[in-house]
Design a protein around this ligand. Sequence first.
Ligand SMILES: [Zn+2]
Length: 544
Amino acid sequence: MEKQSLVTKPLKTSRRTSRKVAHFLLAFVLLTCVLLSFDTFQESWNQSWWRKSSKKNVIFFVTDGMGPASLSLTRSFRQFSQNLSRDDILVLDQHLIGSSRTMSSSSLITDSAAGATAFSCALKSYNGAIGVDPEKQPCGTLLEAAKLRGYHTGLVVTTRITDATPAAFSSHVDYRFQEDLIAQHQLGDYPLGRMVDLMIGGGRTHFYASEDAVYGTRGSRADGRNLIKEAIDDGWSYVGNRQEFDALENGYNVSLPLLALMADYDIPFDVDRDETEYPSLEEQAMTAVNALTQATKDSDQGFFLLIEGSRIDHAGHQNDPAAQVREVLAFDKAFEAVLKYASESEVETVLISTSDHETGGLVTAKQVSKAYPEYVWYPQVLSATHHSGEYLSKLLLRFSGEDKVDFVEKTIFEKLMGIFDYTKEDTDELLNLTSIGELNDKLNGMISTRAQIGWTTHGHSAVDVNIYAYANRQKTWYRLLDNLQGNRENTDVGQFMADYLELDLQKVTQMIKKTKHSPNINTASLYHVDIDDYHNGMYDEQAL
Ligand SMILES: [Zn+2]
C-alpha cells in the first residue's frame, strides 16, 4: 500500500501538473483562436467589406458632338431598320437625368477643347484650351488627381488619342493643335511623370515622324522623335494592329501601361469599319474596363476611365446622318456593355455620360420645297445607305477605271447609297468635284434631303446636351441626382467627379506650374489663325 501510495503520489502530482499544462494549453489555444479569428475578422473587414465600400470606379463617357436630335434620329432609325416598336429606346435613353449648358469662357459656342477642359479641370476656359485656364496656366485634371491618389487611369477614343477630349484630361497645352506635345505629356514627359495607365484609340501620326518600317507610313512629328519606340523602351506595351489587339484577350492579357494606337488618324466610322482591321468601341471599352479591373483587383483604389464616342462629332461636322446614326448605335452598345459590367461589379462604380456640345445643328426635319412642309422624315433613306460620305468620296477620288459615269451611277448611287432617283446634274456634279470636302457635301446632302433631315452648320451649336448617369449603390445614385439632375453647367459634371473621388484639383495645379505648354510661336499671329480648325485632317489629311 505504502509502496503503492509512494508510487501513486507522484503519479497524482504529475497528473495534476499535466492537467494544469493541459488547461494552460487549452486556454492558450482558445486565446490564440480568438486572437486569430479577430485578426481574420479584422483582415476581412479591412480587405473586403470596408475596402469594397470605399473603393470606387468612375467611368466617364463623352459623346462628342451628340445633341438631343441625334438621339431622336438614331432611335427612329433603329426602330425602322430593326422593325422594333415605337416605344423601343436606346440603352442610354433609360439613364437620362438632366442636361448641360456648354458655353466656354470665350464663346457661347464651345469647341471640344474647352468642353473637355470644363469636365477635366472643372473650370470654364477658352476655345482651343487643353487643360489650361483662361490665363493659359495648366490646371490639374481629374485623371491626374485620381492617379496621384492611387487610382488607375485610362483613355479610350475612336479619334486621335491626342485630340481635344482625351488630351484635356492628360496634357496641358495652350492650343489643341499642339498634338506632338500632347503625345509627350500623355507618355509622362512633364512634371508629374506618367499619369495614364492605358490608352486605346487612333492618332499614331503624332507619335512618330514620317515613314517607319515598323510603325507605319504616315507619321507627322516635327521633331523627328519616335515616341512609340521610346515608350516601349520605357516599359509600355504597344499595340498597333488588330492581331495585337486581339492578343490582349479582351483585357485579360494586358501588361500596363498600355499604348494601343489602332490608326494613324481616326478609326473609321462604324458604318465603314472593317472588323478584321479595327475593333469596335465596345471592344475597346471592355478591353480597357477588364484590364483596369484586373490591375486594381488587390488595390484599395479603383480606376478612372474616359470612354469617348469621338466621331459622332465628325459625322455632325460632315453633315452625314447615315454615319451618325451608326456612330450613336456603336456608342450605345459600348455603354450597354459597360453598364452590365458596373451592375455586376462588387466595387462601387459610377457611370456618367454627356456631350461636350452639339455638332451640325441637326434637326429631324427639313423643308425641301416652297410648299408648306409635310411632317415627315424618312429613316429608310439612312438604312439604304451602306457607307459614310467620307468613305464614298475617297472611293470616287481613288477611281481609276474607264467608265466613271457608270461607277457614279451604278456603284455609288444605286448600290452603296440606295438612291435611284438621281439626275444627270447629280452625276455631272460628282464627276467634276475634286476635293473630298465638296464630294462629301454633295453625297451627304443627297442623303439628308431625301431623308428630310436638316443641318444648320458644319460647326458646333450652343444647344444644351443631355446628361446620363448610373450608380450601382443607391446612396451614390441619390448623390448623383442631387448634383446632376436638371439643367447644369458642364463644369458641374467635372466638379461632381472631383468631389465624389475626393480629389484636390488645386493641389495638382500647384504641381504642374512648370509644364511646357506654349506653342513657341508668335501667339499674336495665332489670333487670326483658325485655332479651332476642327479635327484638322477631317478632309485632307486622311489617307485617300
Ligand atoms: Zn467638333
